[in-house]
Design a protein around this ligand. Structure first.
Ligand code: ZN
Length: 241
């Protein structure tokens, strides 16, 4: 089992750990700040320092309770070795801003545009894609949603990460907005919840910024009408001032 530093400290960029497993091109550590690909958020890259050597982390995956770091090489790495990990912060921080932006849009759609629902999302290094089930959505309406999101975001809402019991989680109707999400919650003892105070609350395993002001300005990119129940919207972020 790997202790997942990113779950309680999304701003940890550097950390110390011990190697617990070496297998082919990958290593497992007793703890890590590297986020593994999942929940629409890409895994981190960066490097590990072991005995004065640098090993690049090219992919990070989660397998059960372990986080697997795929390296460019593993020669010379032994179980028990002390390591210093460094994540590519610029890239991770972009993922965090985009991830919080998606939750913000989700909350805005629910609160102010109630005949709609976010059904999917994918974060890239420079943009994010969201799928929205809203029959009357048009490019103009998407602009309107984003405008509202930017207004609310500029108010500076805090983002809080908390853990609640399964029963409490199941009593909050829209904590997970998809059937597989609700199914997953019903199997957990403790549910991690990401709350944008006053705007949105959902079960989530990703990394987020601390305040909506860090998101910057959301800008609408490509808009695609992929059918009655699926409008695909791309967003980019302008730097926070
Ligand atoms: Zn999320």
């Amino acid at each position: 089992m790997t202790e997942k530093i990113y779950l309680h400290d999304a701003y940890a960029k550097d950390f110390e750990a011990k190697v617990t497993k070496v297998e082919g091109a990958s290593v497992v550590l007793d703890k890590t700040a590297f986020y593994p690909t999942g929940g629409g958020q890409p895994g981190d890259t960066g490097f590990l320092e072991i005995n004065g050597n640098r090993f690049n982390v090219i992919d990070v995956r989660k397998e059960g309770e372990e986080v697997i770091h795929v390296l460019d090489k593993t020669q010379g790495i032994e179980v028990g070795a002390e390591t210093k990990g460094h994540i590519d912060w610029e890239k991770r921080y972009a993922h965090m801003r985009l991830h919080t932006a998606i939750h913000l849009l989700d909350g805005i759609i629910e609160k102010y545009f109630n005949a709609g629902m976010l059904t999917g999302g994918q974060i890239y290094d420079d943009r994010a894609r969201i799928d929205i089930d809203m029959q009357d959505l048009t490019r103009e309406k998407a602009e309107e949603i984003i405008k509202k999101a930017n207004e609310i975001s500029a108010e500076g809402h805090e983002i809080i990460v908390k853990e609640i019991s399964r029963d409490e989680a199941l009593s909050i109707p829209r904590l997970s907005r998809t059937a597989p999400g609700r199914e997953l919650i019903s199997k957990l003892d403790v549910v991690r919840v990401v709350e944008i105070v006053g705007v949105d609350e959902q079960a989530d395993g990703g990394t987020h910024v601390r305040n909506t002001k860090e998101i910057g300005r959301i800008v609408l990119g490509k808009y695609e009408n992929k059918g009655k129940h699926n409008k695909r919207v791309e967003i980019t972020l302008e730097n926070a001032s």
